[in-house]
Design a binder for this molecule. Structure first.
Ligand SMILES: Nc1ncnc2c1ncn2[C@@H]1O[C@H](COP(=O)(O)OP(=O)(O)O)[C@@H](O)[C@H]1O
Ligand SMILES: [Mg+2]
Length: 268
C-alpha cells in the first residue's frame, strides 16, 4: 500500500533525512537532495505550506496525482487550498514548463470566465502551480459515471464539452491530445463540468482541431458512443458527415448550427 497523508513543508525542511522520499519527488528521477531542498524552499516562498500525498499514481511508495514523461504532478496546499503542482522531471534535457504555463495564462486571459482549463496560480521554468480540478477523468467518466446522468444532464455535459473545445479553437490554441480525451479532460464531480488539462503538447501555431477531435472521440469512437448516440437520436454516419461539413468552414455559425443539430433537436 502506498503511503498517503499530509506533510508540512516546515517539517520536511527541518528533517530532510526523514522526508527524503518526499523531497526526491521534486527532482525525480535524480537523487539530488540539494536541488530538491532549493525547489521546496521556492515552493514555500510562493505560498505552498503542505505536500498532500494523494492520487492514483505511486512513486517511491507514496501517492501522487500523476507521473508523465516530463513531469510529476503533486497535490499540495497553497495558502491552505488544495492546489496542483506540476513539477518538471530532471531527465528532460532542455525542455521546461514555461511554454505550457504561457498557454495556460493565455487561455485564462482570453476565455477565463468559461473555465476551459485550470486557473494558473504561479509558474516557474520547472513548476506550474494551478487550480485543482476535483472530478473524474474522461476515461473513467465514459465507462461509469456517464450512465448515472439523466438526459438533460448529459446534454448539458456535451454542450459544455463541445463549447469549451470550440472556444479553444476560436482563440487559436490547439490542445493536441483531445483525440484521446481519456486523460486530458476532468469532469467535475459536483456539476459534471468538463475542464481540459495537460497543455504540454498544445500549440498556438498549429491549426486547432479541438472540437472535431473531442466530438469524434466521444461520439464516434468511445465505448459509450452507442449509448450517447441513441440518446441523441443520431447515428455514427450522420455525426461524421456533420463534423466533416463543419470542418470545412469552422465558423461560429457553423458550430452553433452543428450544436443545434446534435443536441437541440434530439427526440425527448
Ligand atoms: N489541474 C489538475 N487538477 C486535478 N488533477 C490534475 C490536474 N492536472 C493534472 N492532474 C492529474 O495529474 C495527472 C498528470 O497530469 P498531466 O498534466 O497529464 O501530466 P503528464 O502529462 O506529465 O502526465 C492527470 O492525469 C491528472 O490525473
Ligand atoms: Mg501529458
Amino acid at each position: 500500500m502506498a503511503f498517503s497523508g499530509i506533510v508540512s513543508v516546515e517539517d520536511i525542511l527541518s528533517s530532510p533525512d526523514k522526508y527524503e522520499r518526499i523531497l526526491l519527488l521534486l527532482v525525480y528521477p535524480s537523487r539530488d537532495v540539494e536541488l530538491a531542498i532549493s525547489r521546496l524552499e521556492a515552493l514555500q516562498s510562493i505560498g505552498v505550506d503542505r505536500i498532500i500525498l494523494w492520487g492514483d499514481t505511486e512513486v517511491y511508495g507514496v501517492k501522487i496525482l500523476g507521473k508523465g514523461g516530463s513531469s510529476l504532478v503533486l497535490l499540495v496546499s497553497y495558502r491552505g487550498e488544495p492546489t496542483v503542482a506540476k513539477i518538471l522531471r530532471t531527465d528532460v534535457g532542455d525542455k521546461d514548463l514555461s511554454k505550457e504555463a504561457r498557454i495556460l495564462r493565455y487561455i485564462v486571459e482570453k476565455i477565463g470566465e468559461y473555465k476551459v482549463s485550470p486557473r494558473l496560480v504561479e509558474s516557474l521554468d520547472w513548476l506550474i502551480l494551478m487550480e485543482y480540478i476535483v472530478g473524474f477523468k474522461m476515461g473513467e467518466f465514459l465507462s461509469s459515471q456517464l450512465y448515472l446522468l439523466d438526459r438533460d444532464e448529459l446534454l448539458r455535459f456535451l454542450r459544455l464539452l463541445f463549447t469549451k473545445a470550440y472556444l479553444l479553437d476560436s482563440i487559436g490554441v490547439d490542445h493536441g491530445e483531445l483525440s484521446r480525451p481519456q486523460d486530458h479532460v476532468i469532469i467535475r464531480s459536483d456539476d459534471y463540468d468538463p475542464v481540459f488539462i495537460d497543455f504540454e503538447y498544445a500549440s498556438m501555431t498549429r491549426k486547432p482541431h479541438n472540437f472535431t477531435s473531442v466530438a469524434q472521440a466521444v461520439l464516434v469512437r468511445s465505448p459509450a458512443s452507442d449509448y450517447i448516440l441513441d440518446l441523441l437520436g443520431m447515428d455514427r454516419a450522420g455525426v461524421i458527415s456533420l463534423l466533416r461539413k463543419y470542418s470545412l468552414g469552422m465558423s461560429r455559425h457553423d458550430f452553433e448550427d452543428l450544436l443545434g443539430k446534435l443536441l437541440r433537436f434530439s427526440p425527448e
